[in-house]
Design a protein around this ligand. Sequence first.
Ligand code: ADP
Ligand code: MG
Length: 462
Amino acid sequence: MNNNIWECVCDRLLKTVSKNEFNNWIQPLNFQGIEDGVANFLAPTNFIGTWVLRNYGEMIQRHFITEGTVIDRVAFKVDSVSSKKHIDKNNGIVKKEILNKSSQISERSFNDSNSLLPVAPLDKRFTFDSFVIGKPNELAHAASRRVAEGGAVTFNPLFLYGGVGLGKTHLMHAIAWETQRRNPASRVIYLSAEQFMYRFVQALRFKDMLSFKELFRSVDLLMVDDVQFIAGKDSTQDEFFHTFNALVDQNKQIIISADRAPGEIDGLEDRIKSRLQSGLVVDLHPTDYELRLGILQSKAEKHTMHYPEVIMSEGVLEFLAHRISTNVRVLEGALTRLFAFASLVGREVNLEMVQECLADILRASDRKVTIDEIIRKVSDHYNLRMTDLLSPRRARSVARPRQVAMFLAKTLTSKSLPEIGRRFGGRDHTTVIHAVKKIEELKSIDNQIAEDVELLRRMLEA
Ligand code: ADP
Ligand code: MG
């Protein structure tokens, strides 16, 4: 039965990750069963276990839950037999130190200091110290710091939002760590909205609402991650709303995250939206090149401690920061893989090996938005017909959205200016240049335009 559930989870994983990723990371795992809410696996190497935990841990947990088995976490131990096999199979080169490293038992343990609380495990790596600050996240970081310092509750809730992998969960964990450090007695609950729902459903099922309510209403700091998950789930929303109000009334801090602004979460009751908007709403902007490079440098330093033998040639981090602009998680995954690979095969990390080792990631981040999609989304957004957008009409109400669309076509696709002009009703490439300049200029002086562009870009890249 145990293996059955793992098979079902694998089926789900296959739909979420690429075949390549699946073969590289999931396939080598050996599912051992579930004990005390922990799904146990043997991994061929320490590295694979860590990598899977970091990159797919949450996903695996979620799929288990979707399959009806609630687990609190996943854990990996190194299987020294399959460890050798794996290395042999992949390279035929077995470096002594790697074998040493991978035969150590490495069960990753998370904090259990607060084991009485239904907290999702806090990741030790997600601290303020390890959070790299850049323009796109400085506000979110500052607000998080402020909340973590404790003191009078000034904004409640703190609502953090932004696209996948931009650091929302990292910041929330950092706040939890810092709060507990400053005041070990404070009761902190961190959990995802999905876990909140499961707790709630279980409480209903086991007729244990009283302790559910007591628990959530007696904390000093409640953090609910990915709150968009409860959209459309009416009774969970209801309970969330009451919990929320009870805590606000007691002047307790609440921190919420979501992948978009409160007002944009469809299927969320209006009273909840307005409650969520009543505190401080800050967004994490997509990373820019400098931030990505900063993050890569900081992570590379850490890897170097683990793999002192790995040499990285100049320009590699710059290349990655330039080419992988999707999200930080992908960036980290790329770096981890490079170090592991370099260490396994004893090679220097240079651009050639990057191309080889990260072919799938580079290809995926090449997956560019199409001009058709842009035209469709922009027309939708401005309530225009696609034919209007492509027509010769020059009224501002049509011309501006058209310029936005051209701007997006230039920045999100690799199409040439003449090609873009052609696709927009046979216009000249100078028209496209003009549009791009115009929107760039407007973005810095017109908030509405800046928001429109940002929103559209996010939707298109999602
Ligand atoms: P989100 O919750 O917004 O989807 P996460 O907080 O899970 O994103 O971040 C994804 C990964 O990227 C994590 O491993 C996190 O540590 C890392 N990360 C994101 N932003 C930063 C940053 N500014 N500095 C360091 N690491 C970051
Ligand atoms: Mg998250």
